[in-house]
Ligand binder design. Sequence first.
Ligand code: ZN
Length: 414
Amino acid sequence: MIESPFQKPAQFEAIRRQLVSLRERSPFYRQKYADLDLTAVQSWEDFGRLPFTEKADLRQAYPLGLQAAPDEEIVRIHSSSGTTGTPVIIPYTQADVTDWAEMFARCYAMAGVTPLDRVHITPGYGLWTAGIGFQAGAERLGAMVVPMGPGNTDKQLQMMIDLKSTVLCATSSYALLLAEEIERRGIRDRIHLRKGIIGSERWGEKMRRRIAEELGVQLYDIYGLTEIYGPGIGISCEHQCGMHYWDDYLYFEIVDQHSGEPVPAGEIGELVITTLRKQGAPLIRYRTHDLTRFIPGDCACGSPYPRIYDILGRTDDMVKVKGVIIYPAQIDEILREVERVSSEFQVMIDHIEGHDVMTLFFETAADSHREGLEAAVRQRCKQRIGLTIVPKAVAIGDLPRSEKKTNRVFDNRY
Ligand code: ZN
């Protein structure tokens, strides 16, 4: 078998071993893969023919249908938020909890965090995997944890000052809120932060620069999802060129979201993850619906762990117009280059008189010259994505906003 940075013989060996006993251990896969001979999987090609695991399948296993280890070995459960339906419950064994902490400790180490650091954790605790994941990883590394959880900005800042927190773990929106409060209160010189570890949301370069500058920290993106341990399965390094992921625990594939076939090397597609060691709830070919691509070649940081690009959006947000693939991060990028345009936008795709038409609504300051900005946006879209669009400038505040993920792409063709 050929050694590739994204397909290693050791990974295949781990998959093969896992498949042999999978149906015995997991009632979920006993049912899902009932008609398959898993011992016949002898190559990556065979493996690539196994049916994907979908989030909807996991929901149907509620509450404990995913459990693949005996009761006496399960030490904890976590759950995805369940805002869009039945929650997914993931059981963890002691080994799973330890493995996750180990991966997370690697993330901190990659970000240059040391046992002398004081790690201020603001993501939530509870059923969600965030807070406890950040904590277990920092403890395993040997740093001092300040387990704040979210909210109560006064107390956050007081503890940050008194305990001299050096590492902030937060979502991008909460990091921005804290940065603005620190600025407003004029307490920057009493803050000792040097690193920010930011998880869970897609965030633009504008926001990143603001947080980094206002907090005076170096920022790292951390990746993960509850179904696969939680945050901590990958992180960006000091070179900020994508995220390294822990390929001794996980096997990553990037596939065409429609055909399910692997995309050509380096192209964008949907990330599919297989766990290599998970005991409590192993997952085979789990569709994350996150869009990214593999980054070939060695990283300047010297890490042996392979890289994926930042998460570019969700597959639900990706559309094909006249054969061109479009995803929200590209639009973010284009709008960022145009002055007097906000970061909010909406894309409408219609089929008019036999042609696909893409209309891009974006917000501009009240006193701007709208025709000029529309022309600028149209020209940049043509240059960057090779597509002639219909630009429509609207006033700031005209496009809908929401605390949660906003749907920005509307495909009206079907
Ligand atoms: Zn690197």
